[in-house]
Ligand binder design. Structure first.
Ligand code: SIN
Ligand code: CO
Length: 393
């Protein structure tokens, strides 16, 4: 049976509150032995295997030894692509490994002091000696966990406002990178970087595997654009501006108060709290990269599911499972699952915090509720939609 691991180890002797206050979105942090027992769940060969799979986003970056310096190749690759690589100076990177390998997904349960929706994915890289993606910056927060081998990091300490990129390369490399700090990280060590802090990691041996826990931060344009689309869909296409109470205007060229009030009211009406909340929950749980949960090959009966839970089998999230909830003043709740809102009445509202916010749902947190038919129906549906699955590991 798995329980949520303590985050205090991840952050050294800092509490999550101290970390957020001092470092989050502000300055880098190195934690030695953040995950003392961490052993890379993947070998370099297994990672290369993932990079050969259809539907998996992967890249190869060859600093030297490619067709030209800093060559970028996109997967899916063929196994021969890896046998033909040079001895050194390259990196393979695979996105969304948390969705592909449950042991990597479980790593996310170390980050439960942060809102779930902010987590994007775990990218895993392997590099032989001198492999690097070059000095660069990312627009997102990232926790870089050294999974195996060693990597020398050079980093800046403050976010860069305007960067200059080396022109005409496949990859975005900073032109004038002047690091403030340098150190080597080994297995279990962690580097947190706020958005836009420049960094340059270079493998110092042939075993270097780095796990990047990346975050998402929608642009204001993304947020507003998506809301406007949603709001548009709520409006009856046949309802028009109307003014049966119109009285003679003082000046025909003036935008008169009645018209302005009508339009202001229409727009303000779109920002009703319930509309915004529902849109936000749907937006933030919408699967990234247009993915959808895949139902299991064989549907599971409620009896089979409750039996498995009673025998101690945990539930865990399927590969595409974005969950969030909102509690309402009247005791009801809304559960958001992969971009869809589901109303939970007051008797079932307890299920929302129970089922969200973690990768693995331990059986013993669910078994006390197995006499509640509505609860069993809810989790059976989630399993049969492919959102949750029995943890076979
Ligand atoms: C890597 O894993 O090689 C690169 C990670 C990063 O610098 O963002
Ligand atoms: Co980076």
């Amino acid at each position: 049976m798995q329980t949520a691991p303590p985050t205090s180890i991840l952050l050294g002797d800092r509490s999550p509150a101290d970390f957020l206050d001092t470092y989050w979105q502000k300055q880098p942090l190195v934690v030695r032995d953040a995950l003392p027992d961490f052993q890379s769940p993947l070998s370099p060969n297994e990672l290369a295997g993932l990079a050969c799979e259809d539907g998996v986003e992967s890249r190869l970056i060859l600093k030297d030894g490619g067709e030209y310096p800093w060559e970028l190749r996109h997967g899916p690759f063929a196994p021969e692509d890896f046998t033909e690589l040079p001895q050194s100076h390259w990196t393979v990177l695979v996105q969304e490994v948390d969705r592909l390998i449950p042991e990597v997904g479980a790593l996310l349960d170390r980050f439960r002091f942060l809102p779930d929706w902010r987590l994007d994915d775990v990218m895993v890289s392997y590099a032989p000696t001198d492999g690097t993606v070059g000095p660069h910056l990312d627009n997102y927060d990232v926790f870089l966990i050294q999974g195996a081998g060693h990597r020398r990091w050079e980093i800046g300490t403050t976010p860069v406002e305007n960067e200059t990129i080396v022109p005409d390369l496949d990859v975005r490399i900073l032109e004038n990178f002047a690091p403030d700090e340098e150190f080597v990280l080994g297995p279990g060590d962690l580097l947190y970087l706020p958005p836009r802090v420049a960094h340059h990691g270079v493998a110092t041996d042939d075993a270097c595997m780095t796990y990047s826990v990346g975050f998402r931060a929608p642009t204001h344009r993304d947020l507003v654009g998506d809301f406007l689309q949603y709001a548009l869909e709520q409006i009856d296409p046949d309802t028009r501006y109307s003014d049966p109470g119109l009285t003679p205007v003082e000046h025909p060229g003036a935008l008169h108060d009645d018209a302005r009030t009508k339009v202001h009211d229409l727009l303000h009406g779109l920002l009703d709290d319930n509309t915004v909340d529902r849109w936000l929950g749907e937006y933030l749980t919408r699967p990234t990269r247009d993915r959808a949960a895949a139902p299991p090959r064989q549907p599971l009966s409620a009896e089979a599911l409750t039996d498995a839970l009673r025998q101690g089998t945990d539930l865990r999230r399927g590969p595409v499972a974005h969950l969030a909830f909102l509690e309402h003043d009247d005791g009801t709740a809304t559960l958001f699952v992969n971009g869809e809102a589901q109303a939970l009445d007051a008797d079932l509202a307890y299920a929302a915090p129970l089922l969200t916010g973690r990768q693995v749902l331990p059986a013993d947190t669910l078994t006390p509720h197995l006499d509640d038919e509505a609860f069993v129906a809810l989790i059976t549906d989630l399993v049969n939609d492919g959102v949750l699955e029995l943890d076979a590991t």
